[in-house]
Ligand binder design. Structure first.
Ligand code: SAH
Length: 391
């Protein structure tokens, strides 16, 4: 993550520095803060970022661990509560830093216990975060972008177009917010980057946020419990393999390039064969499996022949398959496969020796199911025929 040069997309509102007149020499965030130009949101700094921030203040690296605990474990928003920091340091922090999470504008709870929060971000953008409680675990589904640029034809987020990447604070802020909202009795045991957006197109911010999810002084989740789902950005999968060892889920959805080109247009750039090679490389040294997501679309990708083709395709990849019943949305050009077709598809995969599970649709009464997250996008690339759920 760039420390000295905050990325443009993180400064969606015209920055205090003014994009038209960049300063002669770049300022560190602390220098910006000291000059009254910006206040650093500590929520968005991972351990490395906080260590550098405190070094700039002349403080020792252990301050980063202390701050992580206060911010992410204790939920402190006021520096005065940070009792193991000196009074002078607390005063300094209150001048140059803040801890600001996303603002909740709407909370909905499904009859099945699923929670959905609509969050207000800077610049009028909104994203959604979903919590899915299950026996013995609680999964938070986190968004990585405002809208999505990939235009998958079966996904309602795609209809919203793309606006911008979420900042680290906005990504980790979803977990920070949900932990506070749910309270200690409802722990978040897993995080999936399966909300709005393509996480690998917001690589640096997503990686920094995932580091915080796994940092023992922040949320302490094991790498098995943090899953990144991608539509198949091949070079970024390889890059991810080199620096983070989180669980990988891939939205496959088809067994041949002609169908996948229609469903997941990024397939034209990274076709199935290249994608599967990247998946093999990702798990090569790790003794783990890639989860392949497969949305069940009536008459499109759900035939017995396609099930057999999928089994053949995945025979050399350590994997499991998660069949997702299609969640409809207004104007969607598809129907969900029948229960019989899904049963048959799953059985063929299992008979071929694959682990094939079926995702239970959760929270559909509050539009919280896969592909139903829309938030509200102040879009630059809005697509026609859009239906805003939260107008
Ligand atoms: N961009 C990432 C993550 C976001 S979508 C990706 O493509 O993986 C999370 C999952 O929900 C993906 O597998 C996606 O294909 C699936 N999905 C999207 N729309 C859906 C819908 N209407 N019904 C069921 N699943 C859907």
């Amino acid at each position: 993550m760039s420390w000295l040069y905050p990325s443009v997309e993180n400064r969606c509102c015209t920055s205090a520095l003014g994009d038209a007149n960049p300063p002669a020499a770049p300022l560190s965030r602390l220098e910006e803060a000291s000059a009254g130009l910006a206040v650093v949101n500590l929520l968005g700094l991972d351990r490395d970022g906080l260590t550098r921030f405190f070094a700039d203040l002349g403080e020792k690296p252990f301050r980063a661990s202390q701050a992580l605990k206060w911010i992410h474990q204790q939920g402190a928003v006021d520096f005065d509560d940070m009792s193991n920091l000196s009074k002078t340091l607390r005063r300094r922090l209150s001048e140059c830093a803040e801890i600001t999470g996303p603002k909740i504008v709407l909370t909905q709870r499904s009859v099945d216990g699923t929670h959905k929060w609509l969050l207000q971000l800077a610049c009028g953008n909104r994203v959604e975060t979903v919590f899915i409680p299950e026996e013995g675990r609680g999964t938070l589904c986190v968004s990585s972008q405002v809208g999505c640029a990939l235009n998958c034809s079966f996904c309602s987020t795609a209809r919203q177009g793309f606006n911008r990447n979420l900042s680290v604070a906005e990504i980790i802020g979803q977990l920070w917010m949900a932990k506070r909202a749910l309270g200690e009795k409802t722990p978040i045991t897993n995080v999936v980057l399966m909300g709005m957006g393509e996480p690998l197109l917001n690589f640096d911010n997503v990686v920094a946020a995932m580091k915080l999810m796994m940092d023992d002084f922040a949320y302490g989740l094991s790498k098995r419990r943090v899953t990144l789902s991608t539509a198949g950005m091949v070079p970024a999968i390889d890059r991810l393999a080199r620096i983070a060892d989180v669980s990988l889920a891939v939205s496959l959805h088809a067994t041949d390039d002609a169908v996948r080109n229609e469903l997941v247009p990024i397939n034209r750039k990274y076709p199935i064969d290249e994608l599967l090679q990247a998946c093999k490389r990702y798990v090569a040294d790790a003794r783990r499996k890639v989860t392949f997501e497969y949305v069940m679309l009536d008459g499109i990708n759900d035939s017995p022949a396609q099930a057999k083709a999928l089994a053949r395709l995945l025979s050399g990849v350590p994997s499991k398959v998660n069949l997702i019943p299609f969640n409809p949305f207004p104007g969607a050009p598809y129907r969900c496969s029948s229960t019989t077709a899904i049963d048959r598809f799953q059985e063929i995969l299992q008979r071929a020796g694959l682990v094939a599970t079926r995702r239970k649709t959760r929270g559909d009464d509050i539009d919280a199911a896969c592909g139903q997250l829309v938030g509200r996008v102040q879009t630059r690339t809005r697509r026609p025929n859009t239906t805003d759920v939260h107008a």
